[in-house]
Design a protein around this ligand. Structure first.
Ligand SMILES: [Zn+2]
Length: 452
């Protein structure tokens, strides 16, 4: 009997952890951190309902923290199998997991020093050694090549767009074909290729981040230029929370296009991330996995100032001249962007610009919902700055694009599971799939098991 259970990423966009069980074989697809709402974040500290030593393999669709960030904890709790991922995802995930372990350790240390944690002492969820052991378990599998998984199962990755290395996963197990969309990117994106269609599946597990939304058809470059120009005209700074690998490169490319068109000539752009340089090297290493022309991209990068060390980053927060700062994390849940928000949010001339999906409970969502103050490092900071959102810059497919990917199946799957969305978004996509394709679809609850 083959079963499917979501232990995370059901009814929420974070903490993706989907389990396939066939006989004694257990394959976990994605192994993400819960982020955002406190009751979700607390789930990171609860033991996984399935004992990590009994999991035979992990398949990682892409490197984002909400899909990969629990791996070091899984390894610390006894998982001893391989982590199957694309080569590019392996390189990006190594950066992300090392950075995540560093942030976990530093936050625990900071909480202990300032005494604002309920726990004494505050402990990190995992440490750098755990991240290194997780990275040592990586088993890269190139796109389109079918590789073996434990228990006679096989795995085939195809392009998902979304971010460098991102893939859909086709898993053949127990006589069935199960396809996981992972996170799907946009069609016609300037950086990433279109998501590839998958011809057939018995069961499909699809994300629904924007299952209830269509991105505005406006030109993203134009929209970005307009936000920056009006901020600069009032003497302000634009702070853009964005992850260093992926959206940051798109933003840099868009900003360069604006400069080529004679706009934003005197507005300095800073990419404040310890990973920024590595991200550029990775784009070069995986030249055929994205649409950026190397010469164009080098020219775009030359127009940006890279901020690597913390001292320079702090100095940037104190600099009051109009500028653009791109810094992680993308949902303002951690990272250097926090001290930029603390520095720039109180002044009405500045703008906080969000380009990606902001999960419920994150600072990003609270700001977009109109919060007039935000808690940062244990203190309340007033928000007078403009807060803007450009979802068309997002790395996620909208509802039309999710339907377009589904239309690639040559025969209707017998089962469709809708995950990785807040309840209204998942439900809207479920209805739309029923109405337009006539396929029965289900929005699983966390922990609910289905026979495939
Ligand atoms: Zn993602």
């Amino acid at each position: 009997m083959l079963t499917f259970t979501s232990h995370g990423g059901a009814g929420t966009v974070t903490g993706s952890r989907h389990l396939l069980t066939h006989g004694d074989t257990r394959v976990l697809v994605d192994c993400g951190l819960f982020q955002g709402l406190k009751n979700l974040r607390e789930l990171n500290w609860r033991p996984l309902p399935v004992a990590p030593p009994t999991i035979d393999a992990v398949v990682l669709t892409h490197a984002h923290l909400d899909h990969s960030g629990y791996l070091p904890r899984l390894v610390r709790d006894g998982f001893a199998g391989k982590v199957h991922l694309t080569p590019a995802t392996g390189d990006v995930a190594a950066l992300i997991l090392r950075d995540s372990a560093f942030l976990q350790e530093r936050e625990a240390e900071f909480a202990n020093r300032k005494g604002f944690s309920k726990h004494h002492p505050a402990l990190p969820l995992y440490a750098s050694g755990d991240a290194e052991r997780a990275i040592a378990a990586f088993a890269p599998a190139p796109l389109h090549r079918t590789v073996a998984l434990p228990g006679g199962a096989t795995l085939t990755f195809r392009r998902a767009g979304h971010m460098l290395g991102a893939a859909t996963a086709r898993i053949d197990i127990g006589g069935r074909t199960v396809v996981f969309s992972g996170d799907l990117g946009r069609y016609g994106d300037t950086v990433m290729h279109d998501p590839e269609p998958v011809p057939d599946a018995d069961a499909v597990v699809i994300e629904s981040t924007y299952g209830d939304r269509r991105h505005a058809p406006a030109d993203p470059v134009e929209a970005l230029g307009a936000v920056i120009e009006r901020t600069v005209q009032r003497g302000g700074t634009v702070v853009i929370p964005a992850f260093a690998v992926g959206r940051a490169q798109s933003l840099i490319h868009h900003l360069w296009q604006l400069r080529q068109a004679g706009r934003l000539r005197n507005v300095p752009v800073y990419l404040d991330s310890p990973m920024a340089g590595s991200a550029t090297l990775l784009l070069h290493r995986y030249d055929d996995e994205h649409r950026l022309d190397r010469r164009d991209y080098e020219a775009a990068c030359a127009a940006v100032t890279y901020v690597r060390d913390v001292g320079e980053s702090t100095a940037l927060s104190a600099n009051r001249y109009p500028k653009v700062i791109i810094s992680a994390s993308g949902m303002a849940t951690g990272g250097r962007v926090l001290h930029h928000i603390a520095a720039f949010a109180p002044d009405h001339r500045n703008t906080l610009l969000f380009s990606g999906f902001q999960a419920a409970g994150t600072r990003g969502r609270k700001l977009l919902d109109g919060a007039r103050e935000v808690r940062l490092h244990g203190r309340w900071v007033p928000v007078a700055a403009e807060v803007a959102e450009l979802p068309m810059l997002s790395a996620h497919a909208d509802s039309d694009e999710l339907m377009r990917w589904l239309s690639g199946f040559r025969r209707p799957p017998r089962q469709v599971f809708i995950v990785h969305g807040e309840p209204a978004a998942s439900e809207a996509l479920r209805e739309r799939i029923g109405r337009e394709l006539g396929w029965p679809a289900t929005v699983p609850l966390q922990g609910q098991t289905f026979v495939l």
